[in-house]
Design a protein around this ligand. Structure first.
Ligand code: NI
Length: 170
């Protein structure tokens, strides 16, 4: 299990760097990220969320095979947009509707360095865009207007204080 970094940590705001070597380290990182994601019961997890500001994210949709995206770039987005309630393992406990394109095409490399192109819609397209944002230091709350963003951050901070207090008691 890797530690998940949360809102306020600088690493979440960094522009991530390209991965150039596809050795055992990257395979181990991908596997550790997928295990951490499963343990945290999330849909996606990006490098900076585990303190690694590199261009990698993993996605695991229920009942689907796990996906690893390295050095990804979204090459096409649909004109049509949709609304979906998003959350983030780095801002645990709060959720908010976010507007995004409903379909995307992404080019990336897998954990062995092999290039692939994927066309996605639905929840997968949503997760790809959310995770890809992380590689540019962006969080889903950045898509909200200022008032809504403040509301989400305040709710998160309140929950976080309670969680810390409970932890301290144990
Ligand atoms: Ni996230």
């Amino acid at each position: 299990m890797l530690d998940i970094y949360t809102l306020g940590e600088d690493v979440l705001r960094e522009e991530c760097s390209e991965i150039k070597e596809f050795g055992p380290e990257i395979r181990m990182l991908s596997e550790a990220m997928l295990e951490t994601l499963e343990e945290a019961d999330g849909v996606g997890l990006a490098g900076p969320q585990v303190g690694v500001p590199k261009r990698i994210f993993v996605i695991q949709l229920r009942g689907e095979k796990p996906l690893v995206f390295i050095n990804p770039s979204i090459t096409e987005t649909s004109i049509e947009t949709g609304v979906y309630e998003e959350g983030c393992l780095s801002i645990p406990g709060v959720y908010h509707d976010v507007v995004r394109p409903v379909a995307v095409t992404i080019q990336a490399q897998d954990a062995s360095g092999k290039a692939f192109t994927l066309k996605a819609d639905g929840l997968l397209a949503r997760a790809i865009q959310h995770e890809n944002d992380h590689l540019h230091g962006r969080l889903y709350i950045d898509h909200l207007d200022e008032k809504e963003r403040e509301k989400v951050v305040k709710a998160y901070e309140k929950k976080n204080r309670i969680r810390r207090r409970q932890k301290a008691r144990v």
